[in-house]
Design a binder for this molecule. Structure first.
Ligand SMILES: [Mg+2]
Length: 275
């Protein structure tokens, strides 16, 4: 992609990066072209890897990247669960969430300084995640607490999760079940919301203007970047086709074919993040 002067100067100011993982750094068991080199190039500079999946722990992602030759520390993995817990701790006085989520989400809450409790522990809010350990009893309890008026949050609102067998229900399906029952919708905290952005920037110690987000999705990664003032770079390694992009209202700041192309552009611009 030809880079104009305004874009070149924004690239030249990039000090920190957020990288979406699935569809951006890898797909299935394969690293995208240039992903290993890009992660190596930013190794000593502020960067995080992101996912909206709140069902798995950060270790899973650290290990998955390591198996593909990409090294990140545990605290450089920001799942929507980590970001949500972090945001609740820093932006609210709520400390005792009823978690409709996996043990990994419960642990993320504990790490952030929250004390997850069940219905007998006097919860002060409900946090819904992608609960692959869902039981009817816990779904029912979450509905009762939401109906009773507790502040209600969700780690993300993705409708489906891609699986080799087809599309599976993600957090959006659980949000729908609670809504059918209670007529209430949660405050969503993951991508593309400001809460996920704030949690990421706090961890990076960087401002939005000096941070780049690389992702493969228009409605999550690019919307997060464009809404909150980050340099939004779309990689065409995911499911977005040229036709999708042309038809969308979401206009990334830059479109690259792969992480390799972004790395070349950052180097050409002399961005601090790859120095
Ligand atoms: Mg993705």
């Amino acid at each position: 992609m030809a880079v104009n002067q305004a874009l070149e100067s924004r690239l030249a100011g990039v000090r920190a990066c957020l990288f979406d993982m699935d569809g951006t750094l890898y797909v299935g068991g394969r690293a995208m072209e240039g992903a290993v080199e890009l992660l190596a190039a930013v190794r000593d500079q502020p960067h995080l890897v992101l996912t909206n999946n709140s069902s798995r722990s950060r270790d899973v992602y650290r290990d998955r990247l390591a198996a593909l030759g990409m090294t990140v520390a545990l605290d450089q993995v920001l799942t929507s669960g980590e970001a949500s817990a972090d945001w609740l701790f820093h932006h609210t006085a709520l400390r005792r969430p009823y978690v409709l989520g996996t043990p990994a989400l419960v642990e993320a809450c504990e790490r952030a300084g929250l004390t997850p409790v069940d219905e007998r522990g006097d919860p002060d809010c409900v946090l819904l995640g992608f609960d692959t350990t869902l039981t009817y009893a816990r779904l029912a309890e979450a509905c009762l607490l939401v109906a009773a008026g507790l502040p209600y949050y969700a780690t993300h609102a993705d409708r489906t999760c891609i699986d080799p067998r087809g599309l599976l229900p993600d957090a959006g399906g659980l949000i729908a079940a609670v809504e059918v029952t209670t007529s209430k919708r949660p405050v969503v905290l993951g991508k593309p919301e400001k809460s996920m952005c704030d949690a990421g920037l706090r961890r990076l110690g960087a401002t939005a203007a000096e941070t780049l987000i690389l992702g493969d999705q228009l409605d999550t990664d690019m919307t997060l970047g464009l809404r909150h003032g980050l340099l939004a770079v779309l990689t065409m390694t995911g499911e977005v086709s040229a036709a999708h992009l042309a038809a969308s209202d979401v206009r990334p700041d830059l479109v690259v074919q792969s992480p390799a192309e972004l790395l070349a552009l950052l180097r050409q611009a002399g961005a601090p993040v790859v120095r």
